[in-house]
Design a protein around this ligand. Structure first.
Ligand SMILES: Cc1cc2nc3c(=O)[nH]c(=O)nc-3n(C[C@H](O)[C@H](O)[C@H](O)COP(=O)(O)OP(=O)(O)OC[C@H]3O[C@@H](n4cnc5c(N)ncnc54)[C@H](O)[C@@H]3O)c2cc1C
Length: 527
């Protein structure tokens, strides 16, 4: 018999929208997780996304003007597919998707490079060659760290053990080109082992090619395409413009509360927020967990690092282009580490010829510094560097833009980097579920952290685990391994898939590292 009290009790019990799985975040990891759930028969999910678009850190923008006055599409976030496929061997899933969506691209030629000092064009190519040879020894050493299970150390210590002490602008620039440009942080704070693992997993396993995506539909076309295979237009299972502010879980359900006051109750939740968001929320409290996450999880979140990587775009009048249009890259050696070091021209026959577009990349502390500056302050610095490099009067740019990743509230940084002193077990604590809360994203990948493929593989894995749990597959849907107490190293037998690493592949790749080309290839002639 229905009584008014029943309805009060019912609405008290479930004031929120009900679903089986709440997928939090609509970047590569979230969309891949949702697709995997769908592929395993779970279509009752809700994706909650802060922004008004699908794609997360794959973020095109309109910039400048073309001959027809239409702006160009440039990429503020991810730009390259790092590693493609290897003679019928394993293929980078992002490469597979780039092909599926026919994304226009060009393989970057890192040898198409001109070098500059603070007083103009320079010929410090031998420094680059020296670094490249030395780095192959660092790779071999990382191989010993795995095979002999010795303690990891900083990449700085690894470089120093090979006699690398950067004391000149040229050496700083060479180190930037090989290390910071990829890790978005310095060798000082990076793990030697995992810097090598990361390079080998993508470039050693897939290929050395780096596809620069210049598709005018935007790089995010592939994620939006994948999302549209599981969602209809205006699908009520995709909540855009919705910021999650609290995640409450107990033995029976998870409740997601949003900034707009709405809420969702789910059986399981997949959290794909960046490590920057999870870290910053610990002290800014814009996102809270009820109850608090356990100590082992909080420590792992605090330990993984978030790098910052900033592309600063300039469009000059095309008739006033002052750089060599046949070159793709320009490397500037400043006395200050990381001061506007890498320039890339899009006004090139393989990119957007006649565009007048040039962009410079800074990372780490330099990114954090310029994120606090006004556009005009940063523009003045950038133009002064160009004047030093090219030794000609630099025209006023028609357009100038850069995103401020370190303060972006849905990302707080660009991508993760493996710190010194974090073991595979410590990292596993970042991946492992806490009851009904599952974690996925580029940072939870021990092998592909920082890359799109990391977000893809982790989204897929968690999607499979959650689907298995919902479908009653006890073995596959079991809790992920975590470690209440962390030891100094990870036992050899624990370097396995369960802990997010396939180090047998790594050992084989490291063995070959001396013979194979590295990311930048055999460019500088000393091989
Ligand atoms: C500048 C830059 C350059 C890069 N270059 C490359 C490259 O060339 N090649 C490459 O492979 N990778 C590159 N990356 C890394 C790549 O972009 C990421 O690895 C990948 O996009 C991460 O996907 P994700 O799904 O893990 O996280 P995200 O894309 O960050 O997805 C998480 C989603 O969660 C949402 N979210 C956050 N907080 C909340 C909240 N409170 N409520 C609701 N939603 C929320 C966010 O809006 C976001 O959409 C680059 C990244 C940046 C920033």
């Amino acid at each position: 018999i229905y009584t008014p009290l029943d309805s009060v009790v019912r609405s008290y019990e479930s004031p929120c929208r009900q679903t089986k799985v709440a997928v939090l975040g609509a970047g590569v990891a979230g969309v891949t997780a949702a697709k995997t759930l769908n592929g395993n028969g779970i279509s009752d999910f809700i994706i909650v996304e802060y922004n008004d678009y699908v794609g997360g850190r794959v973020l095109p923008a309109k910039f400048g003007k073309g001959v027809d006055w239409k702006p160009y599409t440039i990429e503020q976030g991810a730009n390259w597919v790092h590693g493609t496929s290897h003679n019928g061997g394993p293929e980078n899933p992002i490469y597979t998707l780039a092909q599926k969506y026919n994304l226009t691209n060009h393989v970057s030629d890192f040898t198409s490079l001109e070098l500059f000092s603070e007083t103009g064009s320079d010929g410090f190519i031998s420094t680059l060659a020296d670094f490249e040879i030395l780095y192959s020894k660092v790779e071999e050493n990382a191989g010993s760290i795995i095979s002999e299970n010795i303690q990891d150390r900083s990449l700085r210590a690894g470089l120093q053990s090979q006699g690398w002490y950067p004391t000149s602008p040229n050496m700083l620039a060479a180190e930037f080109y090989f290390i910071e440009y990829e890790l978005a942080q310095t060798a000082d704070v990076s793990s030697e082992l995992f810097a090598v693992v990361s390079g080998n997993s993508s470039f050693g396993q897939f290929s050395e090619d780096n596809l620069f995506i210049l598709d005018q539909r935007g790089f995010s076309t592939f994620i939006q395409g994948e999302a549209s295979e599981i969602l209809t237009t205006n699908d009520s299972r995709l909540l855009l413009n919705t910021e999650v502010t609290n995640i409450a879980s107990d033995d029976s359900s998870v409740t997601i509360t949003n900034r707009d006051g709405t809420c969702i109750t789910a059986e399981q939740a997949i959290i794909t927020f960046s490590i920057g968001v999870l870290q910053t929320s610990m002290y800014k409290r814009f996102l809270t967990f009820t109850p608090f996450l356990p100590d082992w999880k909080l420590k792992a979140i605090a330990q993984m690092q978030m790098g910052v990587y900033t592309k600063i775009f300039l469009q000059f009048p095309p008739e006033k282009v002052f750089w060599d249009r046949s070159k793709e890259f320009f490397l500037y050696a400043s006395r200050t580490r990381g001061y506007y070091p890498i320039w890339q021209s899009l006004d090139h026959e393989n990119f957007h010829p006649g565009s007048g577009i040039l962009f410079v990349t800074v990372v780490g502390d330099q990114s954090i510094r310029i994120d606090q500056q006004t556009d005009s302050e940063t523009k003045a610095e950038v133009l002064a560097v160009l004047a030093q490099m090219f030794q000609v009067p630099i025209p006023e740019p028609l357009a100038f833009y850069y995103p401020r990743w370190s303060t972006t509230p849905w990302s707080y940084g660009s991508y993760s980097n493996f710190p010194v002193g974090m073991t595979l077990e410590g990292h596993q604590n970042l991946r492992a579920n806490v009851g009904r809360l599952w974690f996925a994203g580029e940072a939870t990948s021990a092998e592909y952290f920082g890359f799109l493929q990391g977000a893809y593989f982790e989204g897929r894995e968690v999607g499979e685990r959650v689907a298995a749990r919902m479908n009653g597959d006890v073995e596959k849907g079991r809790d992920m391994v975590h470690y209440e107490v962390l030891k100094g190293t990870t036992d050899t037998c624990e370097r396995n898939r369960e802990n997010g690493g396939t180090f047998d592949i790594q050992e084989k790749i490291v063995e070959k590292s001396r013979r194979r080309k590295r990311r930048f290839g055999r460019r500088f002639g000393k091989w």
